[in-house]
Design a protein around this ligand. Structure first.
Ligand code: PEP
Ligand code: MG
Length: 604
């Protein structure tokens, strides 16, 4: 019998490996990001990276495809018009001229005739026609002398990319309309594409790129879809309709499995289910350590429907509501009314239990289709999160008003993400103050005692925490970002995934420092990063003094089980010892051994 693998043994190995046996079965190793096992037929999404195959259309599809192209040109034009207006407003007409030129090029009659000819006469797909026509233009321009012409060629590539994004966008929207059970295999899936997957039909997914800390991974967990990312190039070896196994515990994908492998995994699925059923019995018991310390166990949510999953698992509240997901995968910004309704629903459903509403954390890998965020070379270090909100005061104010208005219906607090300087926090609080004053003037009710906190997810915030403590009612440590900014490793890049680990001693020290400083200043501190949803780290975190953990809803039962088995004195001893160790591998081994003493039935 193979062992039931708990989440604590999830593979976070960066390098992918592959092997093929003589029966054509192929085993691929990637990064496990969402637990569970899925077995089924695959659907291959081969249109990523804009590698455009020369595809021919059936004769009767020509008119529809021309319409599709027209719609894509229309959508790309509106997008650029919004960019143009925004740039004109912020930087002046001259800076906006480039977008005006792009719009003109995109709507050029000559270009349309060429595209129409390719589709009607040669039956090329719109994607291939766009790519071919625009690349031809770019080549001609590149062959002319001068830096100015080179720049114009770059503009054409930009237009090609934008148009293809709209054409593919339509195609990829089909992901949301899958109506038969499949395993999706793709080069990559954005967080918003992932959030559109229907777990009833999409039983698992695998991507060639991506890392353990990516938001795609977080959404997969929220949806309960087993997922493996960072496999490396493999899509050219698979055809749609083949059978595959996705092992989201160990980061393994098996293509064309033989009967013996299928039987083994089917057996494992039964084991996992019985393990989960046992944990379900803990639902109504408190997350209390063996020596009586009460741990607040909260849920992280991205979508309002996850409230039910939190309640089903006996969460003490919501420690992180990633509100930005309301702004993603849609063309228009949600109105204040829409936001108020969404936030009120969550607050009301939680019936007095705490709900921490994090203000929008857009940018980096969470790009809305609306142009709040410019394209950036280093988006994780760019105009992301609170920075983006402060640059878009109207957008930010509207959200704050909606949260405040919703606060009358429940126990809401506000949390600012990615705060890196004190000035930034003060600026955010000023916008909040203005929103409060406006509501007061209008006579709109809101909770006047609403608590205001911040995420601690940038090392500078940890270093300056004593100053931040004067300004906020609570802190929440976001390890997903803290790890990437402390170690300079992109949380969504498979090539550095081996370096992305919560067990790094520097990360442990930063957390310890944050907890101690918050305690000294008597400001409550919690954790909402993925680290605390991994049983491996629970003893360490309790030992460092944390008493409030916010985890993905599916992880609540397992984390509760750990809390109920351990005692604080031992946890403190474990934390002390772990903080003395010098490397992540030693720390992980040590933590596994310590956890095994309390949970011997879970193999680690
Ligand atoms: C974090 O960074 O740990 C966090 C909880 O926020 P997010 O994953 O949304 O960046
Ligand atoms: Mg974060």
């Amino acid at each position: 019998m193979r062992a039931v693998r708990p989440r604590s043994t999830r593979s976070h190995v960066g390098a992918s490996s592959r092997s093929r046996d003589r029966n054509n079965m192929e085993r691929l190793q990637g990064i496990a990001v969402s637990p569970g096992v899925a077995i089924g037929e695959v659907l291959v999404m081969d249109n990523e990276g804009f590698r455009i195959p020369r595809r021919f259309l059936p004769r009767d599809a020509v008119e529809d495809e021309l319409q599709r192209l027209k719609a894509a040109i229309g959508a790309a034009t509106s997008e650029m018009e919004r960019h143009r207006d925004r740039v004109a407003e912020q930087l002046g007409k001259d800076s906006a001229a480039i977008f005006a030129a792009h719009i003109q090029m995109l709507n050029d009659r000559g270009l349309w005739s060429k595209l129409e000819e390719m589709i009607r006469q040669r039956h090329y797909s719109p994607e291939y026609s766009v790519s071919r026509a625009l690349r031809h233009y770019a080549k001609v321009i590149q062959s002319l002398d001068g830096g100015y012409m080179q720049e114009r060629a770059t503009d054409i590539f930009d237009i090609e990319k934008r148009l293809l994004r709209h054409l593919f966008g339509k195609r990829r929207e089909e992901l949301a309309h899958i109506n038969a059970e499949v395993l999706v295999l793709a080069h990559t899936l954005t967080p918003s594409e992932t959030s559109n997957l229907n777990p009833k039909f999409v039983k698992g997914f695998v991507t060639e790129i991506g890392g353990a800390g990516s938001h795609t991974a977080i959404v997969a967990e929220a949806l309960g879809i087993p997922a493996v990312v960072g496999i490396g190039p493999f899509l050219t070896n698979v055809s749609g309709g083949e059978t595959a196994i996705i092992d989201g515990y160990q980061g393994i994908v098996i293509l064309a499995p033989d009967e013996e492998m299928l039987a083994r995994y089917r057996h494992d699925v039964v084991q996992y289910r019985s393990h989960a059923a046992k944990l379900e019995k803990l639902r109504d018991l408190p997350a209390e350590t063996a020596d009586g310390a009460r741990i607040q166990l909260l849920g992280n949510i991205e979508f309002p429907y996850e409230v039910e999953q939190c309640q089903k698992r006996g969460a003490d509240g919501i420690g992180l509501y990633r509100t930005e997901f309301l702004f993603m995968s849609r063309d228009e910004e949600p109105t204040e009314e829409e936001q108020t309704a969404a936030y009120s629903n969550v607050a009301r459903a939680m019936a007095g239990q705490p709900v921490v509403m994090r203000t929008i954390d857009l940018g980096a890998d969470k790009l809305p289709s609306i142009p709040y965020a410019p394209e950036e070379d280093n988006p994780f270090l760019g105009l992301r999160s609170i920075r983006l909100a402060l640059r878009n005061p109207e957008l930010f104010r509207k959200q704050l008003r909606a949260i405040l208005r919703a606060s009358v219906g429940g126990n809401i607090s506000i949390m600012f993400p990615l705060v890196s300087t004190l000035l930034e926090l003060k600026h955010a609080k000023m916008v909040l103050r203005e929103a409060r004053e406006d509501l007061e003037e209008e006579g709109t009710p809101f909770d006047r005692d609403i608590k205001v906190g911040m995420m601690v997810e940038v090392p500078s915030a940890v270093v300056m925490l004593d100053h931040f403590a004067e300004e906020v009612d609570f802190f929440s440590i976001g390890t997903n970002d803290l790890i990437q900014y402390a170690l300079a490793v992109d949380r969504s890049n498979k090539d550095v995934a081996g370096l992305y680990t919560a067990a790094d001693p520097s990360v442990l020290r930063l957390i310890h420092m944050a907890v101690k400083t918050a305690q000294k200043h008597e400001v409550p501190i919690s954790m909402c990063g993925q680290m605390c949803g991994n049983p491996l780290y629970v003893m360490l975190l309790l030992g460092m003094g944390l008493r409030s953990l916010s985890v993905t809803p599916a992880a609540i039962p397992e984390i509760k089980q750990v809390c109920r088995r351990v005692d604080i004195a031992t946890c403190e001893h474990v934390a002390k010892r772990a903080l003395e160790l010098e490397g992540a591998p030693h720390i992980k081994t040590f933590l596994k051994e310590e956890l095994a003493k309390f949970l011997p039935e879970v193999p680690v």
